[in-house]
Design a protein around this ligand. Structure first.
Ligand code: NAD
Length: 351
């Protein structure tokens, strides 16, 4: 029996996670869930944003469902290592070896108006998956320094790091449209030369997936020129940071987008891409769909329950087609519903 650590966190976190967990219990009643503190609320209760008991629970679970952490109240904690994002999220990823970040940028047809792109480009929806390497590259390479006159960052990748993220990319593509675009800067960076050679080697194990390569500057341009050409994009940490935000923003709906961070095996951390939205916390208007869709990713990647994942995704699609909108995805003058009503509609649409 699978066990899920549930970490609601701060701001709107508890409101949206509560609804997502109730949907998890409906589609997979045998999955056990256990809650723990993370973020600012954990700091207030224990003096640390990632208490030892929380980390222990995460280690003994098969997956983690996280709401969001942070808020103005904790931005002033003097020790930056005790602030929620730096003190909880980064160590959680590091301790648990979560090296692959999966960010689907899905624009439902019913929400096409929310996109900044022309209807001719995204009118009938969009579904791109960005797979970002999360624990290597220039964010972590040594040496790193800044003496006020000269600053150094070092971009390092080992073949092993590239091989494992390439496998994630190919396997994700196998489950979708079977097309993988590997993004690098091979004309300038040595790490990118190794990246491209390695991805080509790994490709031999996936003859059913069509592999293409693209330079990162071209990819940034192609994403706004013709985003539908992409199925799965796999790329290194820094490029993935930028491209996954770009792809997400094309959909225009922050409250809609889930994410998964995976390590070896099936263990994973699932969370909406948005933050704790302190401006609307406690008002009952937060969009719970990104967190509900994160549960679908969890069922797919950590629990091997593709059918249950698709049930949730189909229910969300149905609710959007019926015209139900939380304020963040409503057009001007459109009627809106709150967090609970939106989740209730998804529960009712599950078949
Ligand atoms: P944010 O994503 O929390 O909010 C940005 C805007 O989007 C706000 O207007 C907010 O109301 C809206 N929004 C976000 N999620 C929504 C939802 N589900 N439904 C409706 N509207 C939604 O980003 P921010 O304001 O820059 O950050 C707020 C706090 O969250 C900060 O403390 C930041 O550090 C933290 N944060 C945490 C994470 C995380 O936990 N992974 C990620 C990003 C930011």
């Amino acid at each position: 029996m699978a066990k899920v650590a549930v970490l609601p966190g701060d701001g709107i976190g508890p409101e949206i996670v509560r609804e997502a967990v109730s949907i998890l219990h409906l589609v997979a009643p045998d999955i056990e869930t256990q809650e723990a503190l993370v973020g600012g609320c954990a700091y207030d209760a224990t003096g640390h944003p990632l208490p030892a008991e929380t980390l222990e629970l995460c280690r003994e679970s098969d997956a983690i469902l996280l709401g969001a952490v942070g808020g103005p109240k904790w931005d002033v904690i003097p020790d930056p290592d005790l602030r929620p994002e730096r003190g909880a999220l980064l160590p959680l990823r590091k301790h648990l070896g979560l090296y692959a970040n999966l960010r689907p940028a899905i624009l439902h047809k019913a929400l096409a108006d929310a996109s900044a792109l022309k209807p001719s480009l995204v009118g009938d929806g969009l579904d791109v998956l960005v797979v970002r390497e999360l624990t290597g590259g220039v964010y972590f390479g040594q040496p790193k320094s800044n003496d006020g006159n000269r600053a150094i960052d070092t971009m390092v990748y080992t073949k092993e790091e590239i091989v494992r993220i390439a496998h994630v990319g190919f396997q994700a593509a196998q489950k979708r449209g079977k097309r993988l675009c590997s993004v690098d800067k091979q004309n300038v960076l040595m790490t990118s030369v190794l990246w491209r050679d390695t991805v080509n080697e790994v490709a031999k194990e996936y003859p059913d997936v069509e592999l293409t390569h693209m330079l990162v500057d071209n990819c940034a341009m192609q994403l706004v020129r013709n985003p539908k050409q992409f199925d799965v994009i796999v790329t290194e940490n820094l490029f993935g940071d930028v491209l996954s935000d770009e792809a997400a923003m094309i959909t225009g709906s922050l409250g809609m987008l889930p994410s998964a961070s995976l390590g070896t095996g099936t263990f994973g951390l699932y969370e909406p891409i948005h933050g704790s939205a302190p401006d609307i916390a406690g008002k009952g208007v937060a969009n719970p769909l990104a967190t509900i869709l994160s549960v679908a990713l969890m069922l797919r990647y950590s629990c091997g329950r593709e059918e249950a994942a698709q049930r949730i995704e189909a229910a969300v699609g149905k609710v959007l087609e019926s015209g139900l909108r939380t304020p963040d995805i409503a057009g001007a003058g459109e009627a809106t519903v709150g967090t609970i009503e939106m989740a209730e509609a998804v529960r009712a649409a599950l078949v």
